[in-house]
Write a protein that binds this ligand. Sequence first.
Ligand SMILES: N[C@@H](CCCCC(O)O)C(=O)O
Ligand SMILES: [Mn+2]
Ligand SMILES: [Mn+2]
Ligand SMILES: [Mn+2]
Length: 301
Amino acid sequence: KQLAIVGCPFSAGQPKGGVDKGPIHLVSAGLVNQLEALGWNVHFDGHHQFEDISIESDPPIGLLKNPRVVSRTCEALSGVVSEHAQNGRLPVTLGGDHSLAMGTISGTLKHFPEACVIWVDAHADINTTDTTDTGNIHGMPVSFLMGIGSKVPEFDWLKPVLAANKLVYIGLRDVDDGEKKILRENKIKAFSMHEVDKYGISKVVELALDHVNPNRDLPIHLSLDVDALDPSVTPSTGTPVRGGLTFREGHYVCEAIYETGLMIGLDIMEVNPSVSDTASVTQTVAVGCSLTRAALGETLL
Ligand SMILES: N[C@@H](CCCCC(O)O)C(=O)O
Ligand SMILES: [Mn+2]
Ligand SMILES: [Mn+2]
Ligand SMILES: [Mn+2]
């Protein structure tokens, strides 16, 4: 069992400093040893300093902030991730903000074009250049991966690789009006916190898999934003939203996806060790590590 930890100190998809330090905190909390203890052969060749991608100037394009840095970083990340997948290593990307998913998901889908994506998040991250209110590209990766909305030439390298029927959300509770319209128009399946309350998390995971992976024969890319969990569980993140997944619900999702034996890509995103006090940071980093372990085979018995 081979995996590669791809540490991505990156924050240009959103305005808050600190999320670039997420990967460093996760690794220094012992994640490599923890995964080796689960029997994984872990490839970790240090954090990829994508941010040394020198951009002389990166003025906004419309509302979009840092578009060139985000685009070039994701393009480089896509190559790193697909190379690991090519070499039989499961890429585990540690963010960094969620705009990086343009790189991770295009990278894994290059090698596993029939893969489905399970997006665990408080947010849909599917704004387009026309619908974004903030211009923060971490709120937009899914629209770029699906080729929805007006083209942005800087992102021409990213071809539409994700079909609506291969995407499913779990944990949504803070979706912009423009995004709600996009979800409806594209018939994208989403299990919000209302459905989690209504059906319970195990039924939600089963229904989500039934939708994108009915025969349980397609590879799965799990893209997890730690803000999917309640802020009482993962407080140190840039866009916290009340009413999220409990500690156990978050871990159940990861455990259940591991149990399918189909996971070929994992993203652990939006840990921001600069948000909140030390105790909150320590807790959030510890939960990030335990979610990662749960997605990679750690069991309670
Ligand atoms: N929908 C908001 C918030 C996005 C939050 C992004 C996070 O989920 O990665 C925006 O577009 O700025
Ligand atoms: Mn490497
Ligand atoms: Mn997100
Ligand atoms: Mn989010």
